[in-house]
Ligand binder design. Structure first.
Ligand code: HEC
Length: 146
């Protein structure tokens, strides 16, 4: 359980740090991240994480439906990202997001918590890999909230 919570926490921080680190924004990519990729990933991860306490059946149904939509958004936004390619590694990370989004969509449709969690880790690898490769380090002396 702790691991699952950690995964989400890491991601939220990673998003904030990404925001803090980018000096020259690439507005179309930034918009895809903020409007599609990040909310999509969070919705999908909510499928593989422990459910909120006292979640009703109806609420669980909504959470899984959102996880399906989120996993689908990872696929479509991955395709969009490739239109803004910066080279082979960029495309490979976008492809990883598309592939894991596809697997994730099936797992979320099946409401398979364990699978969704495992796939969620690989979704995260695509985010983290691309950010590490393409988001420049902050200027010397910058203190990040990490
Ligand atoms: C193919 C490369 C790539 C992948 C894959 C990728 N990102 Fe990004 N992401 C970027 C780049 C580049 C930026 C910086 C955009 C800018 O501001 O210029 C960014 C920025 C962000 C931001 C900050 C957006 C803002 O409002 O400034 C968030 C949040 C984010 N990404 C989340 C994610 C998550 C979550 C995933 C995985 C599910 C992911 N990203 C996958 C390249 C990627």
């Amino acid at each position: 359980m702790r691991l699952r919570l950690l995964l989400v926490a890491t991601l939220v921080l990673a998003g904030g740090a990404a925001l803090a680190q980018v000096v020259n924004h690439d507005p179309p990519v930034q918009k895809i991240m903020a409007a599609e990729v990040n909310p999509g990933a969070l919705a999908f991860w909510a499928g593989g994480n422990d459910p909120p306490e006292d979640e009703s059946k109806a609420e669980a149904k909504i959470r899984w439906a959102e996880a399906v939509k989120g996993a689908h958004a990872l696929q479509t936004s991955g395709e969009e990202l490739k239109k803004y390619t910066r080279g082979a590694p960029w495309n490979a990370f976008a492809d990883l997001m598309i592939a894991t989004g596809k697997e994730g969509e099936a797992a979320a449709k099946a409401k398979d918590v364990e699978k969704a969690f495992e796939i969620g880790g690989r979704v995260y690898d695509s985010c983290n890999g691309c950010h590490k490769a393409y988001i420049p380090p902050p200027p010397k002396g910058t203190v990040l909230p990490l």
